[in-house]
Every structure is written in C-alpha cells, then in structure tokens.
Ligand binder design. Sequence first.
Ligand code: SAH
Length: 503
Amino acid sequence: MERESFKKNDIVTVTIEDIGNDGEGIGKADGYTLFVKDAVIGDMVEARITKCKKNYGYARVEKVVTPSPFRVNPRCAFHRQCGGCQIQAMQYERQLVYKQDKVRENLLRIGGFSPEKIDAVMEPIVGMEEPWHYRNKAQFPIGYDREGNLIAGFYAGRTHTIIANTDCLLGPVENKIILEAVLSYMRENRVSAYREAEGEGLVRHVLIRTGFYSGEIMVCLVINGKKLPAEKKLVERLSGLRFKEKRIASISVSVNTEKTNVIMGGEIRVLWGNGWIEDSLRVLNAADFGVAENAGSERAEREEKVTFRISPLSFYQVNPRQTERLYSLALEYAELTGKETVCDLYCGIGTISLFMAKRAGKVYGVEVILQAIEDARENARRNQITNAEFYVGKAEEVLPQLYQKEGIHPDVIVVDPPRKGCDEICLETMIAMRPKRIVYVSCDPATLARDLKILCQGGYEIRRVRAVDQFGHTGHVECACQLVRKRVNYREEEIEECGCIYG
Ligand code: SAH
C-alpha cells in the first residue's frame, strides 16, 4: 500500500530517537525518516519539513510538545539563528555520551571492528569542566543592521546577514569589551564598516586571539583599504583597556581589499605592541584529566610546557585546555623512553612534534603549509628543542622519501590529519615502515574508522582509543588512538630485535 508522501512546509509530529552526524535529531513520521534541526534526543516535537528526498527529509522544530529529559535551556539567545552551537539545547553530560557513541558507532560500522573489541579498548571521553568560554580565537564580522546602526556579531547560519551579538559564550568575556571599544572608536571617528554587496566600506572583521596561559590578547582589524583613519585613537582606546588577568599585547590591521569570503588578508601591519602573542601548552598526566577530575592540579602545573608564538595568520588550536589533554594523551600513547625516532605527519606548527621531542631521540615533522613549518622551526628554537626536524610537503610524498631515500625507520608514527583523513599511499607507506606503534589523532571518526581498518589489515591492532571534547555544544569530536604492530611471525620479530637470526 502506498503511503501518502510528505511535502515541504508540512507540519508533522515526531519523536526524536537518535542523533545525526551534525547533532540534529532523527525521528520517524509515518515511517519516513526526518533529520530535525534543533531537536534533542527524547523530545516529541512538531516540526516543519524543509526538504523532502525519496527516503528521508529535513525539518526544523516549530514547537516542543514534550521536552526530552536531556533538554536544557540554551544559555545563548541566538543559538538557533547562529548555527555555531548545534547542540546547545542538549545537557552537556548527554553531549559527551553522544560523542562517545559517535566514535564507537563509526568504528563498528565503517571500521568493521567487533563491539567486544571496541568496548575492550575504548576509554571514557575526556569532557570539559567548564564547556563555556573555551575558545581562544574569534572573528567577528562588522556591518550594519536594518536601521543602519553599526554592529558587530556573527553571520546567521549559512547566510551573510550579520546578527548583532558581541557576547558569544564560547569566547573569553573580554571579547565583548574589546568589540564595544572598536565600535565606539568607529562611531566617534566616522569609520565605515564594509558592505559586502557593494564591496565598499572599510572595517570587515575583528579578529581577537587570547593566550589562555600568558593572558596576552591580540586584536587585528581586517580592513578593505590600506589604512584606518585616526589609527592613534583606536590604539589609545584599546591599549587603555584594563582587565583583571589579561592585557592587550598586539594591535594590528590586516589588509584585505578582495571581494572574497576569505576573512584575513595577506598583509599585516602592526599598529601597537608586538606582531604576535605568546602562549604555552603543558604536558599533562592522563590521570589528571578524567571527566570532571582535578583539572589544573598542582601536579599537572609542575609538568613541562611548550611555548608558542602566535601571529594573526598562524594556525593554533582553538581550545587550548582540551588540546593539551588530547596531545598529552597522544604522547602517552607513543610510550616514549627518550631513544625513539618519531615521525609526526600533518604536524602543523609542530605542537605534537615538540611535545614528543622532549621524550624522544629524534622527531621528524611533515606538513604541507610552508608558513606552518616556519612557525614549527621557530617554536623549536624558542623552546631550545634541537632534536626536531621539519619537512614541507604532502605526507604521502615526503614519507616515502624519508623511508626509501633517507632510510629512516621510525619506532612511532603519529598522524593528525584534517577531516578527510590520511591518503592511501601515506597509510601504505606507514605499514611498510613497520613502526612499533602508530598514534592516530583524529577530528573525524568516520575517516578515522576507514583508515584504522586499512592499518589493521596491514598488521596493526587497536590497543587504546579515547575521545576528547574540544568543541562543546557542537557536533564535533576529536580522538586519539594507539595502534601496535601485531607479532605475526616470531622469527621475523627475532631478526629485527637481535639484528640476526642467531643473535
Ligand atoms: N597537529 C597540528 C594540527 C594538525 S591539523 C597542530 O597541532 O598544529 C592538520 C594539518 O594537516 C594542517 O596543518 C594541514 O595544513 C595539514 N595537511 C593537510 N593535508 C596535508 C597533507 N596531504 N600532507 C601534510 N600535511 C597536510
């Protein structure tokens, strides 16, 4: 019997039974699967269908009929418009369960591992004690509201309409004060904001970056022109701001006169202070970061740290507290004793490489972006690390060279690829190099699962997996995984360990 089909704008009642890849609710209306934006698992909602496909459709919540026990009052009044926090209406503890399940499900479904295996190796997700004010970087668009008032805020989800809000709860509280100061400088000195449609007007974005440990703040105005009028007034206003534990250390402009969605321009001009800020990441003991345990304990504080110089254009992880937990976990999974040779692929500015270098014999970092490698080398110098060497190029091209031409035999290979995961040639080379351990740091459990399947077919076995929540209130999850090479052939192992069969 043919079921009556749904169409756009129909209102349906749905019970939300699952959570989708981006944190949306999933439920069925009359057997038809709907992905419902802003619905929380356990809710019964009235939803408006926004798009219909043959076997499934999309909808958004019109009215919550029966709220889920996991539904909370979102703290941010703009969360539905903004789209930055897809799951802010879900209780934080439930968010963590969702992320843990997401990693597990991907390993089962895409990786093809058995539930027994995964349950034996998976450790509990590392959540944040305070899932607010965790981001150290924000880029606020500047523009006008409908009445022509100057505003700073964010783009409404998937549009370029700016909604006025200087108080994003994911960033430091100082951002609001800094943005208000920039806006009042603009008003007093009749500085225009950029109007995207016409490509006219001056100030496009304000970038604010904060060193969570150093307390240093960087403010960079992205402008559609060479110069700001009354630059001195801006500098006076910003440098005069006083905060309890932080201070503005760098004020600059970035010139971007292109009609483009790319935020930053290439040319940076420093107006005041340094062209950079500094920040550090500490090496922690895993025992110090169980869920809601004693973060920042004295023991953790005493551990080593690595210091970084961050410029407006540098890449730097946005949640420093959770990054040091994730990278400390990667370090623990590497099981270094001081002698090992380590390859760190997709190394960025060398954060993981420098963590590893402190405990390894030699570290080789590989990264495709030249600027990041220059930062990595500078960071090694600043930290007096002399046993780390960095190569520019694609991992899938540089690794085969390190293997075949340079004859490098790493004991440990660490990878931290972007969402699309590792290239197949890279994975094959890793397998051919036969390191004792592989540490896979991932920001996408689906590609992680796909790559682990290949590595495990190539003779490796998963020993430990642990997710770390770097982006509370969003659907993203990161994790670290330890793989060890299986002892396939006893004689082969013996040759390797003793140098000869009779050794
Ligand atoms: N561990 C790094 C961040 C890794 S993000 C840090 O903490 O700084 C992933 C990195 O992989 C990015 O820096 C990106 O530029 C780089 N990348 C992307 N594709 C690559 C490839 N094919 N080979 C090498 N690096 C690549």
